[in-house]
Design a protein around this ligand. Structure first.
Ligand code: ADP
Ligand code: MG
Length: 176
């Protein structure tokens, strides 16, 4: 059987298959924990180390927080469901792709965007010092992931793309 043969040859060569997931959620701070745990659960079958999981969770958390706090200037007024109107909530888009042993994470908002990306990415730079922001979000993403790219258009939104190579054995190996 075709599927069976493919699995067998993957097992032989330890080739990790492609795996992808997309989630969209309301831009509410209660969903930050959901987002980082979702990504941690997504990579779990690859047997990542505790350090790798912790790095990924921190980076995802920072990017999602930024989307909510900066992109949408705080939470949608309808955090109380009675006040919010269905279909009008600000959305955060999370897209993960495992391509062999490299995790690609994309976190996107359609908020206000960033005027000066280079400046925004400088350690300690923040436009919300009054909110006790440390200005270290991008610095953490850069430190904990292998690659960080930020694309943004003022008035349109921001996309944060991160990559991390997992030094792991194939999940297929577990089946052997
Ligand atoms: N998704 C986003 N939308 C708009 N602006 C953003 C976004 N993410 C980051 N920024 C801008 O980049 C700055 C630096 O971000 P960061 O390093 O995470 O520090 P902090 O969140 O503590 O301000 C923010 O203060 C904000 O001006
Ligand atoms: Mg931040």
């Amino acid at each position: 059987m075709e599927t069976g043969q493919r699995t067998e040859s993957r097992m032989k060569n330890h080739v990790i298959p492609r795996n992808e997931m997309k989630i969209q959620f309301d831009a509410l701070s209660i969903n930050e924990a959901f987002a980082r745990l979702a990504v941690a659960a997504f990579v779990a079958p690859l047997n990542p180390t505790m350090e790798e999981i912790s790095d990924i969770k921190t980076a995802v958390s920072e990017a999602v927080t930024n989307a909510i706090i900066h992109g949408y200037d705080g939470e949608f007024p309808g955090e109380n469901p009675q006040e919010g109107q269905q279909g009008e909530t600000n959305q955060v888009f999370l897209h993960c792709l495992m391509d062999e042993d490299v995790l690609h994470v994309e976190i996107r908002d359609t908020g206000k965007g960033i005027e000066n990306i280079e400046q925004a990415m400088e350690p300690l730079f923040t436009t919300k010092p009054e909110m006790d922001r440390s200005g270290m979000g991008f610095a953490f993403m850069e430190a904990f992931m292998d690659d960080l790219e930020v694309v943004s258009q003022p008035g349109c939104g921001t996309v944060v793309l991160m990559k991390k190579k997992l030094g792991t054995t194939s999940w297929i190996r577990q089946e052997e």
